[in-house]
Each structure stands twice: as C-alpha cells, then as structure tokens.
Design a protein. Structure first.
Ligand code: SAM
Length: 164
C-alpha cells in the first residue's frame, strides 16, 4: 500500500472511531479531552460532533490553524506527563466522557512508551461509560477494548470503554 493510501486510511479510521465514541457517549454530560492539538484538525472535528460538550486540549505547543486554537482556559499547555496530572487536579477524576489521544510522532517505539506512561492518568480521568479513542493502545485496569467500526483494520486505531 502506498504511503498516501495508508495516510488516508488512518484518517478514515480516526474519523470512524471518533464518530463511534461520540455516538456512544452522547447521553453523558462530562467534558471531552483532546491530547495532541497539532494543526487542530481533530479538535475542530470534535467541536462539530460532540454537541456542545466542553473540550479541553493538551499539547506542548500551539501550532494550529488560527481557526482551531482553543480558548486559553480550555488549553493545558506543556508536556502530557505533567498536564494530565494538572487536569486530574483541576477537572477531577472521572470528569471526561470522551478522550481522544493522538500523540504519535515518527518514532513508533517512543509513541508506544509515552502512551503506556500516560494510560493510568487517562483512565483515571474517565467516568464509567466514557470512551478513549487513540492512535496507540491505551491499556489500564477497567479499560475494555471495543469492537472497531466497520472498515477499520485492527491496529490502525484503538477504542476502549471504561467499565466499573
Ligand atoms: N490531532 C492533531 C490534528 O488532528 O491536527 C494532530 C496531533 S499530532 C499527531 C501530535 C501532537 O502531540 C503534536 O502537536 C505534538 O506537539 C504533541 N505531543 C507529542 N508528545 C507530546 C508530549 N509528551 N507532551 C505534549 N504534547 C505532545
């Protein structure tokens, strides 16, 4: 498969998983967390599909399209390893209904290791029934993998639900 086809399929998988997570959590009222603002593509999409839920965004820098920059009081700026702990203190454990984790860099081993390091804080921020959608596996007690939407190849994107 060409790199272009692979890139397109990754974005299709991302969009399908986000749609599934938004659908599953639509009756929950907590906040949405976006880890990895990047150029703001998925933040902008979450604004469209999450029906007015508050979205808090995490990144070490703001380098997004000008239309896709969160309000300063919705942004946790700094390294995820520190800002997730700030979010736990500020928002409280169980505050999130949907978390999107899009942290991948060109270094697959480092991305996997970062996701493993962040997984306990991510799980703690989720209420029961909340869904995490991610570009890396997020494994923690009480996180149960969900079936991927039709057309998404296993391993391309990940989706899991917090269970009691
Ligand atoms: N979701 C974005 C979009 O659709 O435009 C793309 C996100 S990009 C793949 C990954 C982002 O994660 C980058 O903006 C990078 O700065 C951020 N990032 C990676 N590791 C980080 C870390 N340890 N702490 C904070 N931000 C980090």
């Amino acid at each position: 498969m060409s790199r272009l086809d692979s890139f397109i399929r990754r974005l299709e998988a991302q969009r399908s998983c986000l749609a599934e997570a938004a659908r599953r959590t639509q009756s929950l009222t907590g906040v949405v967390l976006e880890l990895g603002l990047g150029n703001g593509r998925t933040f902008d999409h979450l604004r469209e599909i999450c029906g007015g839920r508050e979205i808090y965004v995490f990144d070490r820098q703001i380098a997004a399209h000008p239309d896709c920059i969160p309000a300063p009081d919705r942004m946790f700026l700094g390294d995820f390893t520190e800002t997730l702990k700030e979010a736990r203190a500020h928002l409280g454990d169980g505050a999130a209904t949907l978390i999107h984790v899009d942290l991948g860099s060109g270094d697959a081993t480092a991305s996997l290791a970062l996701a493993a390091r962040l997984a306990p804080d991510i799980a703690a921020l989720m209420e029961n029934g909340a869904v995490v959608v991610s570009d890396q596996p997020i494994e923690a007690p009480h996180l149960a993998p969900l079936a991927l939407p039709e057309g998404v190849r296993p391993g391309r994107y990940f989706i899991a639900e917090k269970r009691a």
